[in-house]
Design a protein around this ligand. Structure first.
Ligand SMILES: Cc1ncc(COP(=O)(O)O)c(C=O)c1O
Length: 445
């Protein structure tokens, strides 16, 4: 159902709106009953509280839930290891040698890429370093990297360290664009204007797909076009975007992107990450790359030649053989995306998040501020909330929510993040979560 429909029949339905939890539950349950994606919830393990009841889980932006089938996928690789030992690398059943290659098609669909433009490898920050090694090529005056002020710490560390690695000063060459005074979100026109203004100094724009603290979704095509207009590259951190919103990296002409798989891809703690390199760059012999044997051409990798011959595609950036046990859960999770379709998941996501936003507005009023964009086109599923009475109350509220079985998280200095995930969250979850939140809110602020 659409967010508009949620407005028409849900908590924003004006004078006819129900006021008791029971009356609202009736509405939410009717949405769940009509939701064709609702059965997918049963394909996930739902964490339970001490009383054995499922927790209200809104933390897919941090660690996605375990697909029930993940255990069997890991177990089958362990069994193969037990039964086959090293022979498992080539045995048709396990075929670990081609394991990462078999994930390419699904990852390409989720990122809007061609299969040879994506690779499952390492983890996010490592992949960012590998791609910065190739795509941050300072020369002459052009040596700055533009990032957002308040970028995820690891991204900032990575960008600053590459600037230092090249012998420059991050104080001078790391440009951080902040929202306008008094605002939480960065306006797309400000990003474009800053790129245009800094143009001759810029070597790279490094931007998130979805901002981790605010939940703001950016237009990657517009950012890329602005960067390319000043002859600089554009790379993206998709940690909070992949599996959350449809992506079109190839059509958007992004130069590179990196991601992790433990959030919306539900592949488990520390799971294998991934990367995208646009095919425009794949034949560029002059592009430097940090290399290892797993990036070598597959056909001749085991000849152990002293000379590196790159594999076709983004796979050339793979350095080591992939961690099979941390990739195995993707074999359980990715088929669920294919089954549901990312477009259908996005439709449900828009409705769930709109419902959450409406409930917050109606039940909390001025006591909570949603800092995530109100425009659904500028957000994924996450909503970031700030309590009007101050950060101290916000932290207490977050702790009280945890004690009441609502799993969300707190990001310094003052934000509570909640993400209703369309693969496994229901309208009833959203209602119960926001109801509990509002019960715990101080009455005055
Ligand atoms: C936006 C963002 N970037 C980078 C990272 C770091 O990921 P990793 O520890 O997998 O390198 C995270 C982790 O949550 C993240 O949310």
């Amino acid at each position: 159902m659409s967010p508009e429909a949620a407005c028409d029949h849900g908590p924003g339905a004006g004078a006819a709106r129900p006021t008791s939890l029971d009356a609202r539950l009736e509405w939410a349950r009717a949405q769940d009953a009509a939701d064709v994606l609702a059965p997918l919830r049963s394909r996930f393990a739902l964490p339970r509280g001490a009383d054995g009841r499922p927790l209200l889980y809104f933390c897919g932006h941090s660690l996605g839930l375990a697909p029930i089938a993940a255990r069997a996928m890991i177990a089958s690789d362990i069994e193969d290891w037990e039964r086959l030992g090293v022979l498992g690398h080539e045995h048709p059943r396990s075929a670990w040698i081609g394991y990462a290659d078999r994930l390419q098609q699904s990852l390409a669909e989720l990122t809007g890429a061609r299969p040879h433009e994506v690779v499952a490898m390492n983890s996010l920050s490592v992949n960012l370093h590998l791609l910065l090694a190739s795509f941050y090529r300072p020369s002459g005056r052009r040596r700055a990297i533009l990032i957002e002020a308040g970028a995820f710490s690891s991204d900032r560390y990575a960008a600053a360290s590459h600037i230092s690695w090249h012998g420059f000063d991050p104080e001078l060459e790391l440009i951080e664009l902040a929202p306008r005074a008094g605002e939480d979100l960065i306006r797309i026109e400000d990003i474009e204007a800053r790129i245009a203004a800094e143009g001759p100094r810029l070597a790279l724009v490094l931007w998130p797909g979805v901002q981790y603290r605010t939940g703001q979704l950016f237009d990657l095509g517009r950012i890329t076009r602005a960067a390319h207009a000043v002859h600089c590259g554009a790379g993206f951190d998709l940690a909070h975007a992949i599996g959350n919103v449809p992506l079109a990296l190839h059509a958007d002409d992004a130069d590179f992107a990196v991601w992790c798989s433990y959030k919306y891809l539900n592949a488990g703690p520390g799971a294998i990450g991934g990367a995208f390199v646009h095919e425009r760059h794949l034949q560029r012999g002059e592009l430097p790359r940090l290399t290892g044997w797993w990036g070598h051409d597959r056909g001749t990798r085991f000849e152990m030649s002293p000379t590196f011959a790159p594999a076709h595609g983004a796979a050339a950036w793979a350095v080591s053989n992939p961690p099979i046990l941390s990739a195995a859960p993707l074999r359980a999770s990715l088929p669920l995306f294919a089954e549901a379709g990312i477009a259908a998941l996005r439709r449900k996501s828009l409705a769930l998040t709109a419902y959450m936003a409406l409930l917050v507005a109606e039940l909390a009023g001025q006591r909570l501020v949603v800092i995530t964009p109100g425009d659904p086109a500028q957000r994924g599923c996450q909503l970031s909330l700030r309590i009007a009475s101050g950060a101290e109350h916000g932290l207490q509220l977050y702790q009280a929510l945890s004690a009441r079985g609502v799993v969300c998280d707190w990001r310094e200095p003052d934000v509570i993040r909640l993400a209703p995930v369309p693969l496994y969250n229901s309208f009833e979850d959203v209602l119960r979560g926001v109801w509990t939140l509002c019960e715990l809110l101080p009455q005055q602020c």
